[in-house]
Design a protein around this ligand. Sequence first.
Ligand code: SF4
Ligand code: SF4
Ligand code: FES
Length: 329
Amino acid sequence: MKVRLKVKRHDPEAHGGQASRYSDYTIDVPEHITILDALLEVRDYHDGSLAFRYSCRSAICGSCGMRVDGRGRLTCKTKVTDLVKTEGQEILVEPMGNMPVIKDLVTDMEMYWSKMDQVTPWLQPADPGPERENLVSHEAMLDLAQTMGCIHCGVCVSDCPVLEIDKSFIAPAALAKAHRFVDDPRDAKTKERLEELSAVKGGIWDCTRCNMCVEVCPKDVRPMDRIMQLRELAVKAGVASGTGARHGEAFVDSVQRLGRLDEMRLLPASVGLWNAPRLLSEMPGALRMLRAGKLPWNHALPWRKPIAGIKHVRRLFDRARREKKEASS
Ligand code: SF4
Ligand code: SF4
Ligand code: FES
């Protein structure tokens, strides 16, 4: 079949504003090939200057992550026919996002690894440890096995929208790794880890739950679910703190009281009334929301009423609390 590839090129040594451009290639390849195979065909027979990273070609080493047709993918696991529905349809191949590009499709993973370092990615067992083995039950390890399947491809980090605006966010892969140690029964620093992950700028409360990392992860690690588990564990351990944790509480309180989101109170409740400098710094954004009709001013009136079906909402809250109690008893 004929495949058209539009590949983003980046030459760090180019001068005169030509550092980035696109190259088009049309290749004739068998239907079963992957995007990585197609790139190898280009490099071997059409353009030897094209740079990209790969190794195992079996979805194990994690080195062939790229952005294909606008989303992060492991290129050795993505078949051309997954994307091309009609012969001659173009496929756009770009380097992963949120990371600097070294050349063409090769990204600099330094930021990825420094975030991994930030979560102390090793076991910190009790001292003294066991005399012989540190035995753990099969059940206790089951939940961890999914997170341990991470191959560090960086695809989730590439497509995380929070990282686009806040480089301090620890990001999905490292937070999933943090969960792996927080939930490990052999680790003795659970509370300290949760305290740190909750209080640090860019920690567990900064995820917007967009689900993108879950959708793109080629190994079903489901990083967002791990972050939500960390939040739950932080609340249980009584160490949930900071703006993000207060934001979550204000959200729940608002829906329970009124049956809807009380945007006017969300900001002061999240930031804290005592934090005047932060509140003032958020004012331009709040004014923009007001102008766009996203902060209905009448919601701030003291006599605002709950929605008509509030009793159903409160019933849901009661049920959730009951189920949680039953599950923990
Ligand atoms: S769910 Fe959270 S961590 Fe995952 S991509 Fe969205 S914002 Fe990032
Ligand atoms: S969590 Fe998934 S997408 Fe993210 S680095 Fe690990 S394997 Fe790749
Ligand atoms: S080449 Fe190893 S994961 Fe794709």
